[in-house]
Design a protein around this ligand. Structure first.
Ligand code: NAD
Ligand code: IPM
Ligand code: MN
Length: 359
């Protein structure tokens, strides 16, 4: 039996609700198979913690997390704490502090679901975003000058290092090769307007492309890419994008696969020096929080990605089968899927299906 130490940060809003279901899935797998055991350590960091303690996480938070095999995060952010404080001091602090420079986000429409774009079938929507996750537009450098004056000015500097940009592109090219769908990589740019950062991005993409002659490529400006993702999603395989562009396009991707309730992801430190963190794409959804309305599938799919990452592909497949099976019971799904079910009922259904598959 393999044992894993998992740090659990449910965070805020629906993060707390979907996390319960994610952990339930892992506990079910452990009980049913005996193949894995999870030692969960829960951290109550988030906006409530901030309101009580004046900080989003402990001062030595990264030190406390550093020796876990993986981190699970629900979502962060809630009215009452400014978003730039809650996100910078917890979520982005972990992504950047642990050099999780790969943000891995699959966009795949499951075969049980209808495509929201007329005429497209599930197989047409199957791509993986590799989003640079530690720098770019999110470097956090800048400030407001001449505050209160007529000449007041805000500056926000993007940072693209050669080292990280190269590693992100290598990761994306390797994935396009390994994935063997179209052997295709799309690079998202905006070098017509961003004459420093994106011209640099394009230059490195060109250098890397020379090392992967078997991979076909496309380079689109982010605005055009948004349109192509709707018009011809089937032409996308692996996509590499900067931090901000990847953020925006993965919410668009979420819409193609049934909404944010289906969008899973991982923040990976491929070097293995620090733990990786697994979290769905969605946020804390304050307007539906505490009502049992959140779709837990994005979180449970995120658990599937974590199991793959830990090397348990067959358990990961079981989780996916549980998700797919649940989609056949439409009326029991959460309201975003047109159903009447609650977050915990959907988690329960997925666990039941997994149990039947494993017995
Ligand atoms: P959001 O993702 O929370 O919600 C966007 C929309 O999608 C809302 O209509 C919401 O109800 C719906 N939605 C999201 N997840 C859902 C789910 N699992 N099931 C059903 N519906 C779902 O984005 P937002 O409204 O822009 O942000 C709310 C808060 O979350 C803010 O504080 C924001 O900064 C934060 N946020 C955090 C993360 C994160 O922790 N990774 C990601 C995005 C936003
Ligand atoms: C995401 C979120 C975060 C991001 C926010 C909350 C900082 O939107 O994980 O996609 O922009 O990365
Ligand atoms: Mn986002």
């Amino acid at each position: 039996m393999k044992k894993y130490k998992i740090a659990v940060i449910p965070g805020d809003g629906i993060g707390v609700e979907v996390m319960k279901e994610g952990v339930k899935v892992l506990e079910t797998l452990s009980k049913l198979t005996g193949e894995v055991a999870f030692d969960f350590t829960w951290f109550d960091w988030g906006c409530e913690y901030y309101l009580e303690n004046g900080k989003m996480m402990d001062d030595d938070g990264l030190e406390k997390l550093k020796n876990f095999d993986a981190i699970l995060l629900g979502a962060v952010g809630f009215p009452g704490v400014p978003d730039h404080v809650s996100l910078r001091d917890l979520l982005l602090k972990i992504r950047q502090g642990f050099d999780q420079y790969i943000n891995y986000r699959p966009v795949k429409l499951l075969s049980e679901l209808d495509c929201p774009i007329k005429g497209k079938k599930p197989g047409d929507i199957d791509m993986i975003f590799i989003r640079e996750n530690t720098e770019g537009e999110y470097a956090g450098i800048g400030g407001i000058e001449r505050e209160g004056k007529e000449e007041e000015i805000a500056l926000q500097t993007s940072v693209f290092t050669r080292k990280t940009t190269e590693k992100v592109m290598d990761y994306a090219f390797d994935l396009a090769k390994k994935r063997n769908k179209l052997n295709h990589l799309t690079s998202i740019t905006k070098s017509n307007a961003l004459n420093h950062s994106m011209v640099f991005w394009d230059k490195i993409f060109k250098e890397k492309k020379a090392n992967y002659p078997e991979i076909k490529t496309a380079e689109y400006h982010v605005d055009a890419a948004a349109m192509y993702m709707i018009q011809r999603p089937e032409s996308f395989d692996v996509v590499v994008a900067s931090n901000l562009f990847g953020d925006i396009l993965t919410d668009l991707g979420a819409a193609l696969q049934g909404g944010l309730g289906f969008a899973a992801g991982a923040n990976i430190n491929p070097d293995g020096k620090y733990p990786s963190m697994f979290e769905p794409v969605h946020g804390s959804a304050p307007e539906i929080a505490g009502k049992g309305l959140a779709n837990p599938i994005a979180m449970i799919w995120t658990i599937k990605i974590m199991l793959d990452f830990l090397g348990h592909e067959s358990l990961a497949d079981t989780v996916m089968k549980g998700i797919e099976g649940s989609l056949e019971m439409r009326e029991k799904l959460t309201p975003d899927m047109g159903g009447k079910g609650s977050t915990s009922q959907v988690g329960e259904i997925i666990c039941d299906i997994m149990s039947k598959k494993l017995n």
